[in-house]
Write a protein that binds this ligand. Structure first.
Ligand code: SF4
Length: 928
């Protein structure tokens, strides 16, 4: 138990780009609580379920099991990695980088960083690559997330500047979500939209999404388009708006250019053609155009559904075209609002921390911009050739052209597409340096050097959220053990490298604090669109987070851009982009007949290195699966829970199927989070690497963002008749170690997954599920069951002839663990046995294990946890609703408290409610 007085520290949530303010409560060196910061303008005190559990993921007993606590180094590829001291690790990394530059040139180095780094971390990484080494091979996982939005804004508005702000939500009367499941991905923003709609019942919402997400289910109109057809839809809407004379001719004439070419192009996008291409009804297309044309203020939100595409830039531009053509920009409540996925994707863009950007929104291709940056940094030149972007960088490593990879704060062995090639790249590189807070990621396992980094709550610096708002990130506790702040690690390596490459010259990295780095960044923005020369850390301390631009002499930042109708291009005009619709990179065919799309779970974040440490965040979606429409399952003679091989042209994995009418016939969905840490198996005899074994590396020609949202796949029933499931309670302090122990056995099975569960310490547990073609060696099972404490004192039922062997352990009168092994019917009792965990056995333990044992009446499965804050499951909701009359939501909230704290479950709770007699059903436009 931590000691000392409670301290409060204001900082920012490290998950999504909403950028919510968080107040950390700490005692001694321990974070003991969090709450939303009521003074932070991004969230006004709200947090979603991920933000509200941040303190639990930071608690030392949990964190110690997963954090990287000391530098580790292996000096030869086949040697084990061993703990070392910082000096040895940094000297090794610096010497290898300097050697590589001298032998192969600077372009043999690749630096792959992250939108979760702070602006100051980003700045020094960028300067290290472009200023010191002389390579532009520095790219970020923001390439997988935002680069199409960057290209879309630059090509249309002239600069990478989000023109809108959160306040616009209160002024809009049409919300247009495209490729954004904000109810899951940006929950606090979605709640603000929800509240604005309730205050203004005349406001409407249109959602464009191939899946019926919670965001779509809450919309007035859901355009359930076929994957990748967004450009056709947007051109079709513009066609109708022009036909109905709903364009803003004065705005087009005075403020834009390129309209004639676009007008000629969209002539071909007649409603019938578009409806057929998109798989929606003509009536709904017409209705959407009418709503847009009649709206006073249209606010569009878009995210990965537009960005992660080989037509990502075209999709962004086609949506912005609609705003420009109707004058829906630069006014309260109007504009195209790109939602950033990561907490500091914006900050990374601002300092130019990508392979094709330079500091302060300068262009690498502009000689004057390169000269300005070189002057600012005090170097002779900045290299002109664009660096390798994310996919290109790993491909270059695979081909042997990049010899050293330095990866910071990201997990490319989970998140990049076509994992087989990524693994080949990591194996081919001469040195892989991983700078990470978590030693448990798939990438950390493959590092030659592991540099332990500080995590959320342990760092000082700044981030910028989706609405251009810069906020201070503050340290509440010191980093554990030997972990260090990212900027400090980079500066230490850089000083060692410059001693070799620039001997006798003054250091390019004279920084002693993150603020000193920020001041240099601030100066780089002078005169640029994101000028922050009027801002200081004192102002951020005194007045709180501020939006850019905030030039010298200004008293505040600017909430909304382009209100004067002058855009960021040299001539002040916005530009229409006329690009025709092109289909997805990989079309379905007879061999791969299903369209796989990917997306988020409500309570998980990216590769789950942090959220995956907390059992309660698995309550809403406990295990990996592939979702197919119920009719698709029937057509393929599959039942929910069956294991299937999911195979694309690049790889294969085994997953259970789940029935979901959120996807259409012919489509499939897998959550993006399920990496090799959580799901594994031999698949069709090839190694599997989680969801991104399937995705393809084809990318957008402008933004270089890969098409992670779509791949053609096939699904075939997996013949893995022997089933194995083990689950048990464990102390929270042992929960992660137990998972790591049993994951070591993944390779023995054709399918395996391992996840934590449970709300609180005394209910924490682990679930291991596996399957194989035939019974797995007893010694493997014994090792797994030993980890769960099942080897001694457990009741056993065995039938060697059928391969059945089940165990159940009761401790101090309560069931604490069970293992069920055998054919499918032998493990069927799992569903109700898990409900008995922590309870006294209702029958003698050996009788519970007998074939055909029936669940006691009171052990009906609770179903999934809908409300994490108050541990409310589907069964409890159904029970209350069965008795409810009047305001059913109010009854749920008063009886169960669900939806009364973080609000992340509210969209789903509304779907449980009986329709109000006066309510109109949301229209869903999908193929007939
Ligand atoms: Fe964090 Fe949730 Fe806010 Fe996003 S919406 S910043 S995940 S609390």
């Amino acid at each position: 138990m931590s000691q000392g007085a409670l301290r409060e520290t204001r900082t920012v949530c490290p998950y999504c780009g909403v950028g919510c303010g968080v107040i950390i409560e700490a005692r001694g060196d321990e974070i003991v609580g969090v709450r939303g910061d009521p003074q932070h303008p991004a969230n006004l005190g709200r947090l979603c379920t991920k933000g509200a559990t941040l303190h639990l993921t930071a608690q030392p007993p949990r964190a110690r099991q997963v954090r990287a606590l000391a530098p580790e180094l292996r000096r030869a590829r086949d040697a084990p990695r061993r703990a070392t001291d910082w000096d040895s690790a940094l000297a090794h990394v610096a010497a290898k980088i300097a050697d590589c530059v001298e032998r192969h040139g600077p372009d043999a180095i690749g630096i792959y960083i992250s939108g979760q780094l702070l602006t100051e971390d980003y700045y020094v990484f960028n300067k290290f690559a472009k200023g010191l080494l002389g390579t532009n091979n520095v790219d970020s996982n923001s390439r997988l997330c935002m680069s199409s939005a960057v290209a879309g804004y630059k090509r249309t508005l002239g600069a990478d500047s989000v023109p809108t702000c959160y306040e616009d939500i209160e002024h809009a009367d049409l919300f247009f979500f495209a490729g954004s499941n904000a109810a899951y991905a940006h929950p606090v923003l979605y709640r603000r939209v929800d509240e604005a709609r309730r205050r203004n019942p005349a406001a409407r919402t249109i959602v464009v999404d191939p899946r019926r997400t919670d965001t779509a289910a809450g919309a007035d109109l859901h355009l359930q388009i076929l994957p990748g057809t967004d450009v056709a839809l947007f051109h079709g809407l513009l066609h109708l708006l022009l036909w109905d004379e709903r364009s803003d001719r004065d705005f087009i004439a005075a403020r834009t250019e390129g309209f004639a070419e676009l007008k000629a192009l969209v002539r071909d996008y007649a409603p019938a053609t578009v409806a057929q291409l998109c798989g929606i009804r003509v009536d709904d297309l017409v209705r959407a155009a009418q709503w847009w044309g009649n709206a006073r203020a249209v606010l569009s939100f878009y995210c990965q559904g537009l960005n992660q595409s080989t037509a990502g830039t075209a999709k962004n531009a086609a949506l912005i075209n609609l705003h420009l053509a109707t004058g829906q920009i630069g006014r309260p409540g109007a504009g195209p609002f790109s939602l950033t996925g990561q907490p500091n994707a914006m900050g990374g863009r601002e300092v130019g921390g990508m392979a094709n950007l330079l500091s302060a929104h300068r262009d690498l291709g502009d000689p004057q911009h390169r000269a300005e940056v070189a002057r600012l940094w005090g170097v002779e030149a900045v290299p002109a050739a664009p660096g390798k972007t994310a996919v290109e960088m790993f491909e270059a490593a695979r081909a042997g052209r990049i010899k050293v990879l330095w990866i910071a704060c990201t997990n490319p062995a989970q998140s990049l597409p076509n994992q087989r090639r990524v693994r080949e790249a990591l194996a081919a590189a001469e040195l892989v340096v991983v700078q990470e807070a978590y030693r448990t990621t798939a990438t950390a396992a493959l590092a030659d050097v592991l540099l332990p980094a500080a995590a959320w709550g342990e760092k000082e610096g700044t981030v910028t959220n989706s609405e251009r708002r810069i906020a201070r990130v503050r340290r509440a506790v010191p980093p554990p053990a030997q972990a260090r702040e990212d900027w400090a690690i980079v500066v230490d390596v850089a000083r060692r490298v410059e001693a070799r490459l620039r001997p006798g010259k003054p250091s390019l990295f004279p920084y002693e604090t993150p603020e000193s780095i920020w001041l240099e960044h601030r100066e780089s923005t002078r005169g640029r669109d994101l000028d922050i020369t009027g801002l200081s850390w004192e102002i951020l301390e005194r007045d709180g987070p501020q939006q850019w631009p905030f030039p010298e002499g200004a008293r505040s930042g600017r909430a909304r851009l382009y209100e004067d109708g002058v855009f960021a291009a040299a001539n002040g005009k916005a530009r229409f982009i006329a690009v025709p619709y092109r289909p997805v990179a990989e079309e379905i065919d007879a061999r791969f007949p299903l369209r796989l799309t990917t997306g988020r779970l409500r309570d998980q974040w990216h590769g789950m290195s942090r959220t995956g440490t907390l059992g309660r965040l698995f309550g809403h979606a406990q295990e990996p699966c592939i979702e197919l429409h119920p009719a698709e399952l029937a057509r393929r003679q599959l039942a929910a829970g069956d294991l299937v091989h999911v195979t694309s042209r690049r790889g294969s994995l085994v997953l259970p199927v789940a029935a979901s009418d959120a996807v259409r016939m012919g489509e499939a969905f897998i959550a993006m989070h399920w990496g090799p840490e959580y799901v594994a198996g031999r698949g069709d005899e090839r190694a599997t690497f989680g969801i991104n074994a399937l995705t393809l590396e084809a990318f957008d020609p402008d933004s270089k963002q890969p098409e992670l949202k779509h791949a053609a796949v096939r699904v075939q029933k997996a013949e893995l008749p022997w089933r194995y499931v083990v689950f048990g309670r464990t102390a929270a302090a042992r929960q992660l170690a137990l998972q790591l122990d049993v994951r070591a056995h993944y390779g023995a099975f054709g399918y395996a997954s391992c996840v934590p569960f449970g709300q609180d310490d005394d209910r924490a547990g682990v679930l291991f599920r596996a399957a194989a073609a035939q019974p797995v060696a007893p010694r493997t099972l014994a090792a797994i069951e030993h980890a769960f404490g099942l080897e001694h004192g457990a009741a056993v039922f065995a039938d060697a002839r059928r391969g059945v062997c089940s165990r159940l352990r009761v401790h101090e009168g309560r069931i604490v663990a069970a293992a069920l092994a055998g054919p499918a019917e032998a493990v069927r009792a799992e569903a109700w046995l898990r409900e008995l965990l922590g309870k006294p056995p209702p029958l003698p333990a050996h009788r519970l294990l007998r074939p055909g044992a029936q669940p006691p009446a009171q052990t009906a499965p609770r179903g999934r946890i809908v409300c994490n804050c108050f541990d409310v499951a589907e069964a409890e909701i159904a029970r209350v609703l069965a008795q409810a009359d009047g305001d059913a939501l109010a009854r749920l909230q008063s009886e169960l408290k669900c939806g009364t704290r973080c609000g992340s479950c509210l969209p789903e709770l509304r779907r449980f409610l009986p329709p109000r007699p006066d309510a109109q059903d949301a229209a869903v436009s999908r193929p007939t």
